[in-house]
Design a protein around this ligand. Sequence first.
Ligand code: ATP
Ligand code: MG
Length: 421
Amino acid sequence: MRQSILFTKTKKESPADEVSRNAELLIRAGFIHKELAGVYSFLPLGLRVLKKIENIIREEMNKAGGQEVLLSSMQPKENWEKTGRWETLDILYKVSDGEGREVALGPTHEEIIVPILKNYLSSYKDLPKDNPLALYQIQNKFRMELRPKSGILRGREFIMKDMYSFHASKEDFEEFYEKMKAVYKNIFARVGIGHLTYLTFASGGTFSKYSHEFQTITSVGEDTIYVDEEKGVAVNKEVMNDEILSQLGLKKEKLVEHKSIEVGNIFDLKSKYSKPFDLFFTDEKEEKHNVLMGCYGIGLSRLLGTVVEVMSDDKGLIWPPAIAPFRAHLLSVGKDAGARKEAQHIYENLLKNNIEVLFDDREEVSAGEKFADSDLLGISYRAVVSARSIKEGGIEVKKRTEEKATIIPLEELIKLLKDKS
Ligand code: ATP
Ligand code: MG
């Protein structure tokens, strides 16, 4: 893509109404636009990152046997009354349907998915052991969060992947739940924050002993966790006590306290939602049982904001290669007509080789501004073409995280950028 036609522009000044680093940098770089407190739009560069995260998650969900659905955001009040949450869930947005009735704006989708399944699920044969039934969606959710000030870490409208699994027995559920732990680890590793993200024991509320959160360490996190480095697990401060530590086989003196952000969580729902909707199956003896459920969430927009919090530096964003908006940022620098032509030629060559490249072809922008913009946008590789680089044998390349550049010919650049390792 040519930067000269990209409609967003970078800003030197931080927005006055943002206190969080993620929103500040993403707005300055033109990745997102603020609409309301806790409500943001995604612009071309931000959307490209979001889509890359989405694709990683989708791939992993499909591999785990998940079937993708897209569920309604407007949800019937009766469903929420059935589970009792119309009255008790304080973050629920209730809006008018225009005909004197109220509907909920979906903060989560148990109240939709369970009634849907009632139409299709009735026998143990619908809950195969070797291929557990799991449905997932990736979509906007709405929650009336109080005074959101953490940018896209805590939105009133935000993007979540939610998966619900359905099982005939506790054993089936547990097997799938264990598998999902590994799937989640893999997702955070692929996104590029695996080294900072810990499987964390948290309280499971009233219907389960534990739930598991995936917490990413950063000083701006709302949560406090205690990490056992050796075992690679953590405990949320809210549940920490001697009894729990001994149950988990963790030793107090080995734990290190950190602030962290919850990027995902997995829950044992038991029959909490199947009961109110009477979602059941009959076994081989024609006996009725409630379906057992698990749920598995990841906040995509929060994950994106978390990456910004943990990866950026004083010059701007730094994207892990797997989710960077482009593979390379090609800069045409200087006024030399020959060099500009060569940069254009290189751009076309990269495109031909299916390399995603943002080409800073702007004619009226100084070299200094282009470098500053490139640092702010945070694309993994910067490739500069100037009269000097051509004289010295090609293109001046460096990673966003490196200080020193090297000059390499086009063929080598193509090889470097195609290599995804
Ligand atoms: P939190 O404890 O942060 O309030 P939660 O435990 O209510 O979140 P879930 O309802 O289980 O979260 O949602 C699944 C995931 O969605 C969370 O792990 C988090 O990554 C993300 N998430 C939840 N609330 C928000 C929000 N307001 N803005 C952005 N992401 C969110
Ligand atoms: Mg939570």
